[in-house]
Write a protein that binds this ligand. Sequence first.
Ligand code: NDP
Length: 271
Amino acid sequence: MVGNPISQSKSPQIHSLFAKQTGQVLSYTTLEAPLGGFEKTVTHFRDSGAKGINITAPFKLDAFAYATHLTEGAKAAGAINCIKFEGSTSYGDNFDGVGLVRDITHNLGTAIKHQRVLILGAGGATRGALLPLLAHNPAAVVICNRSTEHAVQVASLAVTNPNIQIHICDYANLQAAGSFDVVIHATSASLHGQTLALPGAIFKQSALAYDLTYGKGMTWFLQQAQRAGAAKLADGVGMLVEQAAEAFSWWRGVRPQTQEVIKLLTVPLVT
Ligand code: NDP
């Protein structure tokens, strides 16, 4: 896994649990690349005989430019979080969105089909999530973002699925967007010590409130959702483990079980 910083990464733990479970021999470590030093670091790693690498912030765009071959999902997202090396060829994919959608539908048992979905934030994570979400045919998708220009850029990805209209709004107009079955928090506000005041009416009483942040217990987003009466609360640990499982199976040809690993990494959601 390459990133900067990288010491917080749980990926070595996740992949070593997967390797143990599936009987694979694997060495998975972290690399801190200097800012501006992605290409050199990753090429050196590839040339040392590595089979693949995961990419985290702030290098997902550098990785997109680095990969010699990209999947359609990766092209649409414009960012990748996983590379597979074959000689000097590097295949790039983005499993963040697939991991998110699998966690919502499979692990949390929440339907996306015919449901109203709100995404707060229009950064890399939302870019990766949009097409996998649309593939489940939601009734409506609204992207709310501080910069509506960024939201418009992300929504333009949806031209691949013209049947579903993507609506854009900013926080000042969020109240008017209505109420939602699934509300996904995908901003990095918390990383900057900031919070947002959300109108309680965006959460239907049956809603799933999903925070991409993980391992922090009840975040400000989850607390607001709880106060508004949202029925289900989840953080992004399941997404993290599910995207890792996608990468593992892409590299190794065997899909690990995720439930036990998610359980092990879960920090209880208590106030
Ligand atoms: P980006 O930096 O690409 O995007 C950040 C987004 O947050 C932008 O839409 C930005 O708005 C918005 N934002 C930042 N600060 C504020 C604020 N104060 N108020 C309102 N909006 C704000 O980040 P990512 O999309 O890569 O990641 C988003 C979050 O998801 C992070 O917390 C990250 O850790 C988490 N994540 C979790 C994963 C998991 O596996 N669980 C995987 C990937 C990400 P604007 O466009 O206006 O600048």
